[in-house]
Design a protein around this ligand. Sequence first.
Ligand code: SF4
Length: 341
Amino acid sequence: MEPFIPQLVYFEPNALKYPLGQELYEKFKKLDVEIRETTSHNQIRDLPGENDSQKYRIAKSTLVVGIRKTLKFDTSKPSAEYAIPLATGCMAHCHYCYLQTTLGQKPYIRTYVNLDDIFDQAQKYMDERKPEMTRFEASCTSDIVGIDHLTHSLYKAIEFIGGTTYGRLRFTTKFHHVDHLLHAKHNGNTRFRFSVNSDYVIKNFELKTSSLEQRIEAAVKVAEAGYPLGFVVAPLYMHDGWENGYLELFQMISDKIPKELSDNITFELIQHRFTKPAKRVIEKNYPKTKLEMNEEERKVKWGRYGIVKYVYDTDQAKDLHKTIEGYVQQFFPNSVIEYFT
Ligand code: SF4
């Protein structure tokens, strides 16, 4: 998996007043990537493509460099108090990805150059909560590692949080392009999590992401660099032979992670779910997907804001939970399961 290079880049004119904006402009000029101007990162009107499918694919390889104006951080995450907005959108093509629904007509990737404003806001949140810790999640609206070789925003966020007493940073990724992050002064304040899955799920549903081997090799590197390490096993998906598929996954992680680095690993376990609007958009973007989204076979779960989600039925969810928890305990007895949901 090669590091992401956009096919097309848009700049908000004011973004060029920031050092990161300038740096990115020079970088893409040198790389000979087509550069266009946009008045706002929220309104790209002239994206190429003859139909919705082409437009969607081109948008996913388009980067928009802009200024983050809304500095209020979102709070809707189980694993952190706040979502820190470093980027929005992702170049990968995971069929189940919820960004397809949440980003709607704007699947292009946005990166924000006013990092100091974002860090000032984060500092305010920490000051309000201290002496409680404040956890920031950097991957709620993107796979931030996937673009960080271009922007180094995550690198800077890691060092910023590394310098705080009451801040913690976390993010999850399916990319292995971590080398530039290994030397960041993280101070143990950042938990680096890799999203992993069975071979079946990765091959069928996680297109344009790093392979499992690459993700695990990257996990070893970040653990060796002293980062607290975690794995997000999501979505847990009951395909034919899933028990064996996930067993092989845990076996492989355990074979590759040196024993001295395998203590204090965290696991987050999230079963596959979908909503009716998500199903419609997935079937539109990936019409040949094998992803099973049969409402009749699922249980209804009421989410926040009255949104109906379809999850596995109670017996299946129990089976899934017990089996995966069993693998975690078998292969990583000193690890922590943060949640199963
Ligand atoms: S890598 Fe993550 S953010 Fe990107 S498409 Fe896949 S699930 Fe979505």
